[in-house]
Ligand binder design. Structure first.
Ligand code: IPE
Ligand code: IPE
Ligand code: MG
Length: 267
């Protein structure tokens, strides 16, 4: 009871420190540390993944309340297939189970959900619930949740290059017309502005093949907190830290609320 009171006090103190007009509109998160969280408690890794889902639900609510408009989270990388098949199967089942359970509320909250990555290796049942969830929520305007599954930044870039090469061979585009904007339009994230902030939990100082193109000028916040222990307070700390940064984009003057070449990227 007492610790709850203290954390409520800390919540409101940190919340007051946030400049509500300079909250990043798009935040990307590498939700890492589920396995270590569980192992530390002597539990199977799957417990960490389950707890991680609850944390994501909380962070979606907090983001919406702060008027952040887009969250892009890394849920399964192209390299995660190298894990033991029991863990991979658990995660695939978890995605399906959670989506089935939560989709009604997601829609009621006017959240648009989108899955980013190569869905082809996933079981039919998962692909089908992903498709129906995206269709159901596609016109929702309050908030966008992008979930990266079987996603790899390098694979995304190679795919874009291949598509451009095909169009070029077909005479649809000239090589001289290939620029950043055109390349960006071929990425899986086309139509989404680059994240202003990347959060990685669990202390690892790498991006693990996440959004290699899109993170070019994102501010990076790394916390030692493991994803299952991440919460509103930790999220507020990340935003406060972001707001202390001097975003220069290679220049001299700080441009606090701008994405790199913002105007080039449609939303
Ligand atoms: C992140 O937690 C979730 C996924 C990669 C699916 P991990 O499962 O990587 O947990 P750690 O990093 O091993 O603790
Ligand atoms: C990145 O975490 C992928 C996700 C969070 C889904 P990993 O745990 O797979 O990354 P590494 O292996 O520590 O680089
Ligand atoms: Mg990890």
């Amino acid at each position: 009871m007492r610790s709850q009171k203290i954390s409520t006090k800390e919540n409101s103190k940190l919340s007051n420190e946030i400049d509500k007009l300079r909250v990043p509109k798009h935040i990307a998160i590498i939700m890492d540390g589920n396995g270590r969280w569980a192992s530390k408690k002597g539990l199977p890794r799957s417990f960490g993944h389950n707890k991680g889902v609850n944390v994501l639900k909380e962070i979606i609510k907090v983001s919406k309340n702060l008027d952040c408009q887009v969250l892009t989270v890394y849920a399964f990388s192209t390299e995660n297939w190298t894990r033991p098949s029991t863990e991979v199967d658990f995660l695939i089942n978890l995605f399906e189970k959670v989506l089935k359970k939560e989709i009604t509320e997601i829609h009621q909250e006017s959240i648009k959900i989108k899955f980013i990555g190569d869905l082809s290796p996933f079981p039919k049942a998962l692909k089908s619930i992903i498709n129906s969830s995206e269709t159901l929520t596609k016109n929702n305007k309050n908030f966008t949740l992008n979930i990266c599954v079987n996603y790899g930044g390098r694979q995304e870039i190679v795919k874009a290059a291949r598509e451009i090469a095909i169009k070029s061979l077909a005479g649809e585009i000239k090589p001289s017309e290939i620029d950043e904007q055109l390349f960006n339009s071929q990425l899986l994230t086309h139509g989404i502005k680059d994240p202003e902030l990347l959060i990685r939990t669990s202390g690892e100082k790498r991006i693990s093949n996440f959004l290699l193109w899109q993170l070019a000028y994102s501010e990076i916040y790394i916390t030692d907190v493991l994803w299952p222990d991440f919460n509103e307070i930790e999220f507020f700390k990340a935003i406060i830290d972001y707001q202390s940064r001097d975003r220069r984009f290679g220049g001299i003057q700080s441009l606090p609320n701008k994405s790199c070449k913002d105007s080039n990227y449609s939303s």
